[in-house]
Structure formats: structure tokens, C-alpha cells
Design a protein. Sequence first.
Length: 147
Amino acid sequence: MAAHLERAMSRGLKQALAELVNGTGPLPFRQLRQSARNFTGTELEKELIVYRHIQHWMPEVDLLLSTLSLSQKNLQHLAEKVDYYGAKLKRQTVGSQWLYLLCYLQTRWQQALERIADGFVHHVRQTKQKAKDYAQEAVFKDWQKSS
């Protein structure tokens, strides 16, 4: 599997994965692993940063993982190894690092998309509720003036 990834992966993606493991890239590994805790603007901004950083590599990541024909459970299991090993990921073979990180990037990208969408829905609902409350208050004040 590692040999297949070696042949199929672009030099740029190999470098990006190495930067993630070594912590030398534009997005620190720690920041990639952190996810939004709530729907505040600052937390959603973290998700947007991760999404924008990963988005560039996702077509290649998806293509590579589809050629491996991994089941969803295997994909999830391999992705969870990144959280399990954490900083100790460096101790794994390069082939294992690539496999774990590719699976992790795919699941993390999906998580980021879901959290961004959920945050958007949350803020739309809040805005609609505020608009409804404002309208009710305006009608009540108008009614009081006319009485």
C-alpha cells in the first residue's frame, strides 16, 4: 500500500504531509486537530481556516483513497490513528504516516464542512428569531401608541 501511495502521490502532497508531521507548514498539526467547540464567530473561523487549507489537496486525497478501495470503517479507523498517535505519529513509517494522514484529512475536511454548515444554520436561526422578536416588539409599541 505504501508503494502504491509513493507512486501515485504528487510531490506537493508528500511535502504537505511531511510539513504536517514535522510542524513546519502554514497550518500546525495541533491547529488541524482542534475543532470548533461552539458556533461563535472565532470558533467557526478556525474551521474555515482548516477547510481552506485542506481544500486544495482534497481532489488528490479523494482520488488516492478511492484507488485503495478502503471501506468506510477502515477509513475511519485509520483516521482515528492520527488522534491516537498525536505527536508520536513521527515514529511511524512514512507509508503509515501518509495513509493515516490521508484518511484523517478526508474525515477532517468532512467534519469542517459539516460544522461550517451547522454554524451557518445556527446563525440564520438566531437572526430569524431576532427579526421575529423585533417585529413583535415593534407591533406592540405601535399598538400602545394607538391606544
